[in-house]
Write a protein that binds this ligand. Structure first.
Ligand code: UT7
Length: 333
């Protein structure tokens, strides 16, 4: 038995934050942001809404499209670094809003690789035959932890959610075929938010020292991201007896256009084999991959039988690659 994606959905807030608007907020300019990152604008969620709001919209879209009732869901895995609150999980809010009365669920923090961690985890429950319907969501409200006085980070990140439904496939040629995931804590010092956890609980001092915002040593993360994503994707492609020609699409984590370009070149992929939407949304952390996947499906770019590589790199450091064969459309759905 394989686990396969049978539904996709996404949500982005309406409010746009453009490069030109950022020029009024920090010492930056449209030209720098565009050439160094590929980003033109990002979305920002209302201050009175949490990450679960976006996760619910993305998941509800799937339930509506598939005409699946929320009480059929067995498990909700929500990849996020920005839960609505430290306790309880954002998955609890999603379960309540969806009224998914027969499930359990949890949040998973894998940084920008969170969605891949969650997808691989969800797939295990389906492959064993334990569960029939697993909702895997990647959602982040990065605007809640970004310092809009720090030009190193505020130009990069945005808010969004993406979701998939995993169900069993008897045909072992389709669905999630392989994955390779990694964690190396040597990366801890290069991308983190220090305040608000058990080591530095919220205090006047942590607020004054701006410790409730993300810090990133961009240059170091950049180098590791290119090598990490390229090497692991190459490994997954090769060990499945495939070459670049066999891959219909690479859907990379959208952190920087230059990272995506370098990884694609290392993998000998043509631009038409790479799905990129960073220009419109920036880096939405755990949401980038399911958002890009959902948009590509909506635009009818994905065909049944396509071999797709998902790859990401993020805080931890975490990184990984997942190979899947697209099955939606096989039976006319
Ligand atoms: O998603 C999780 C994983 N994250 C990533 O993969 C992100 C990886 N890193 C990156 O994407 C890039 O490193 C950044 C986009 C964050 C930065 O780009 P960079 O080309 O690595 O720039 P840099 O940090 O090396 O800075 C180059 C210069 C510096 O000025 P000096 O020291 O050369 O005078 C910065 O101060 O650009 C300056 N700079 C800016 N200038 C205008 C940094 N941010 C800005 C800005 N506007 N927003």
């Amino acid at each position: 038995m394989r686990a396969t994606i049978t539904g996709v959905g996404h949500y982005v807030p309406e409010k746009r934050l453009t490069n030109v608007e950022l020029e009024q907020m920090v010492d930056t300019n449209d030209e720098w942001i565009t050439t160094r990152t590929g980003i033109k604008e990002r979305r920002v969620l209302d201050v009175d809404k949490g990450t679960s709001y976006m996760a619910v919209q993305a998941a509800q879209h799937i339930l509506d499209q598939k005409r699946v009732s929320a009480d059929e869901i067995d498990l909700i895995i929500l990849a996020t670094v920005t839960p609505d609150m430290p306790i309880p999980s954002a998955a609890s809010f999603v379960q309540r809003e969806l009224n998914a009365t027969h499930c359990w669920g949890f949040d998973l923090n894998g940084g920008c690789t969170g969605f891949l961690y969650a997808l691989a985890t969800g797939a295990q429950f389906v492959e064993t035959g334990k569960y029939q319907k697993v909702l895997v969501i990647g959602a982040d409200k990065m605007s809640s932890i970004i310092d809009y006085q720090d030009r190193n980070t505020c130009v990069i990140f945005g808010d969004a959610a993406g979701a998939v439904l995993l169900e069993p496939s008897e045909d072992r040629d389709f669905g999630i075929l392989d994955f390779d995931l990694h964690l190396d804590g040597k990366g801890v010092d290069h991308l983190y938010m220090a305040g608000g956890g058990s080591l530095h609980p919220a205090s006047l001092e942590t607020v004054q020292n701006r410790m409730h915002f993300v810090f990133q040593d961009g240059r170091t993360v950049f180098k590791h991201a290119v090598k990490g994503m390229a090497d692991i994707s190459e490994k997954v492609i090769q060990r499945n007896g495939l070459t670049a020609e066999d891959i219909r699409f690479l859907i990379p984590h959208q952190a920087n256009h230059r990272i995506i370009e370098s990884v694609s070149k290392k993998l000998h992929l043509r631009p038409d084999q790479v799905i990129e939407n960073i220009e419109n949304y920036g880096n939405t952390t755990a949401a980038t991959i399911p958002l890009a996947l959902s948009e590509a499906y909506q635009d009818r770019r994905l065909q049944a039988g396509d071999r797709i590589i998902l790859s990401a790199f993020g805080a931890g450091f975490t990184w990984g690659s997942l190979l899947l064969r697209w099955s939606m459309g096989l039976d006319g759905d």
